[in-house]
Design a protein around this ligand. Structure first.
Ligand code: 1GP
Length: 254
């Protein structure tokens, strides 16, 4: 099994290099927009695409992956909203365990069902502790997953959850305020979590501006994910990519 992407994410984290991910929800993004997004992403040196959503169907998923693959060489990582969102056309998959929740199906149940398919797939499997944080509005993911997000100000709960995830052997932590969140995750929570784990920390949900993206990276996020804001204004890709990459090797003022 290939570990190429995980290895490069860990290596980047070790030297303070920040990565930028564009999230595309094949259900939301108009196919006419995909070409523009891909071109901008390629020019801005976007590091990865996450492809996923809570409610997409597989034919749309395959078409989207094919279209992007033909147009660029940015690696495509599945960010599945459920166990049906599998496609061998991607390069890798976030194998998500929803460790902020207490829904056993999303902690281990679905994984048991999906494991034999993934075992024979060419996809790189990326074991990821997924932590939902309250972003000020109920999001599709908290509704669908039937779990409670970690309260916005409970840095210590987020910290201990991430710590446990790392101790369980997960290779990435993804803290998400949910797509379209009103409040993106606070710098203090990012700082608390990143200072207690050695695996890469992905942060997303409600990030709308280059300044906000930079702030998250400086607080300790290793990978920044933006979806909604780019769907509304693809031109933001260039500035956000520059802001995130520009935060490499820098720390937030203490
Ligand atoms: C959601 O973290 C992602 O799961 C991205 O969120 O769409 O709000 O950027 P946005």
């Amino acid at each position: 099994m290939s570990l190429e992407i995980l290895t490069s994410l860990q290596a980047a984290k070790n030297i303070g290099e920040k990565k930028f991910v564009v999230l595309l929800d094949p259900d939301k993004v108009r196919m006419s927009n995909v070409d523009k997004v891909v071109e901008l992403a390629q020019n801005a040196h976007v590091d990865y695409f996450f492809i996923g959503g809570s409610l997409i169907v597989n034919s749309v998923l395959d078409n989207t992956l094919d279209t992007i693959k033909k147009a660029c060489n940015i690696p495509l990582i599945l960010f599945p909203g459920n166990s049906f969102q599998l496609s061998y056309k991607a390069d890798a998959i976030l194998f998500l365990s929803l460790i902020s929740g207490r829904n056993s199906e999303l902690l281990i149940g679905k994984h048991v069902i999906t494991a034999p398919y993934l075992k024979v797939s060419p996809l790189e499997i990326m074991p990821t502790g997924y932590i939902l944080v309250d972003g000020g509005i109920p999001t599709t993911v908290s509704y669908i997953s039937n779990t409670q997000p970690i309260p916005y100000t409970k840095d210590d709960v987020a910290m201990c959850t991430a710590m446990a995830g790392e101790m369980l052997g997960l290779k990435l932590i993804y803290m998400d305020a949910g797509s379209g969140a009103n409040n993106s995750i606070s710098p203090s929570m990012i700082e608390a979590v990143s200072s207690t784990i050695d695996i890469p920390l992905i942060v997303g949900g409600g990030i709308k501006t280059p300044k906000e993206a930079e702030e998250k990276a400086l607080a300790g996020a290793d990978v920044i994910v933006v979806g909604n804001a780019i769907e509304s204004d693809p031109d933001l890709i260039t500035e956000i990519a520059a802001a995130v990459h520009g935060a490499s090797g820098k720390r937030a003022p203490q």
